[in-house]
Design a protein around this ligand. Sequence first.
Ligand code: GLC
Length: 852
Amino acid sequence: MTTATESNSAAHNSPATKFPAIANPTAEKSSDIASNINYHAKYSPHFSPLKFEPEQAFYATAESIRDCLIQHWNETYLHFHKVDPKQTYYLSMEYLQGRALTNAIGNLDILDAYADALNKLGHELEEIAEQEKDAALGNGGLGRLASCFLDSMATLNLPAWGYGLRYKYGLFKQRITKEGQGEVAEDWLEKFSPWEVVRHDVVFPVRFFGHVLVSNTGSRKWVGGEVLQALAYNVPIPGYKTKNTNSLRLWEAKASADDFNLFQFNDGKYESAAELHSKAQQICAVLYPGDATEDGKILRLKQQFFLCSASLQVCCQTYMDIIARFKERREGKGPWKWSEFPSKVAVQLNDTHPTLAIPELMRLLLDDEGLGWDEAWDVTTRTIAYTNHTVLPEALEKWSQIVMRKLLPRHMEIIEEIDKRFMAMIHSSRTDMESRLSSMRILDSSNPQKPVVRMANLCVVSSHTVNGVAQLHSDILKSELFADYVSIWPAKFQNKTNGITPRRWLRFCSPELSNIITKWLKTDGWVTKLDLLTGLREFADNEDLHAEWASAKMANKRRLAQYVLQVTGVSIDPNSLFDIQVKRIHEYKRQLMNILGAVYRYKKLKEMSPEERKKATPRTIMFGGKAFATYTNAKRIVKLVNDVGAVVNNDPEISNYLKVVFVPNYNVSVAEVLIPGSELSQHISTAGMEASGTSNMKFSLNGCIIIGTLDGANVEIREEVGEENFFLFGATADEVPRLRKEREDGLFKPDPRFEEAKQFIRSGAFGSYDYNPLLESLEGNSGYGRGDYFLVGYDFPSYMDAQDRVDEAYKDQRRWLKMSILSTAGSGKFSSDRTIAQYAKEIWKIEECIVP
Ligand code: GLC
């Protein structure tokens, strides 16, 4: 690598003359690309023109690629405008896009040319790509799923757009100190994002508070209150090897110049002069702001409504635009009606966060377009579909009716009417369900002090389709959470097992392994037809493949070891078994079980003689994930992992056999380093609690073996890779209720290993922090969040037995490599292309629309 100063002169003295700054948006040859990059370095002067260090080079390269994306984007837009296909609007409060540069260059299939162009300019593509900050507008799997879906929608040439919010400070960036986790604001917009294009012509008003005016004729109108503007920022989403380029549209809230009170300002009242501007800034400041106070609750509801209202106004405007064009083109054939809206528009609610799209669409149709209730209801319920992503009670949103009536008075009226009509339907045609009505209703006023709106119920009643995200989860929705509704509308419920994009999660994050797969399959077709990976099965015992596979894995492990050293200062041995658990920190995901297992392992290693120790399988156990800022036990778990690591990693007797590492600030880019270097990964949630999981799919695709419970998509992964290639343990979802009861009744007999591990922590072996409150959460069970509801104690012995089987299996590297190859070979089902094709066909009824 050249140094920064060398590259300065390299780029701006000699190469600049060799590759003059010339705009060439569709450049394909590396010299033309170099010229286009130079053009941006020179004429998009974000930085001093004298510098061309990696950061400057990143922005110029991104802008160069963006030229090409915009070209494709325009063509896509024009083509869709001409064809008027039915379109999907995917509404999500979260997107975890990660970095975009390598993905864009890769999807455009010009990786080599860009790498070459940057070399010519004195840089390495990999280093330039590292400059980019992650767009981390999400919390976990739900947000990353949305981003994988966008990639597949574009790749499958589907007219489908993502809608979200442009959070300036994201969720948070995780810092690890001796105290445990600290949170600081994300800085992805500190400079600017080269990928977003602000659309000053796409602005919609969004109202809050105010009141409902009733006219003489009885029509209703929402007026007054606070009106902000939603301004669109479009982010291009390129498909893989296709011209189709979709958008992710992120809304930002703003107030206008008219809202700025110049008089007050000149009077020294600076804050009140710009009050609405500061309210606007609050809306898109952070994802999931604290909601302990009423103001916090209002802010969250404002965010949700802001997304829904702005996005639906786009749907309606696009539709009316289509009608207008249709009238022009087919004069005499009669105008379109609103009843045909669902044949042009599909709206998907990503969990309950965008539920307000339902009353908002009703309001637009009733109050603005003048439709009657029945017609508006028919249109709305044929347009909207809902995906449930979790059965956890805390995630099934319930909003205070009082807050809702204050912030959205007209929507509250509409929700009341939906609830009333739902009850009337039950009373008139489903008297057999009357006894179930109180739990099925949308409004729950059982506590008169705290009446709430149940958002999931509103979604189920108002959507044409409700889906879960893995077979087991969809079954649980049907047999438990939504069982009553199933008896009314059996056909409404579907399963769509999640998937991940093979581009980001194999092709680009592990080029070495990808090339091997392509070589052995004699095609790179697997990148879009992931089922082709089954072709690897016939080579699972082939020694040449084993050698190549092992060498690619080792290269990825080395890269990971280097990363770990860089961010934690801990040196890990690439010859040890790399065992990884990365995901949000939550008690149901049971990181606590993993660290207890590590503590037990450490204790046993300490007790062994040096000779005995030599027989142990060396392991590096890595953790990563964010704990929600106000979730005390999750933060204690993070602290415990770090405290255990501090002792184990500094114990010279043990350091050849065990390391425990917490990788800070887990995000998409970190995952792209961790997953390719993994050999074992832990998906160990209490059965029935993890709706699907998607990192399990990423690990498996990368030839990593899973140790896990029969939960979420693990069940299907195990079916696909074969049970002999999966380390299974733990209670099944069916057994869980009985075991919880036993725990509650004091009938549970803990395994001595479980007691020993806890006792070792209590003894102060890992410092003086008081872990008793955390360890007490593993005793007894008196309901959700109280005691060992997640059955760590029950599953611990079978978990430890499974870990022993892992140690044994790893000693036989031939066997392990075969398992690894078969994991990849069995991952074809888990492409988000498959998932999205199913959504398109079975829920949205949209078709591909290929840009010529
Ligand atoms: C939520 C669920 C997780 C699922 C993801 C995507 O994050 O907890 O299990 O994989 O959504 O559906």
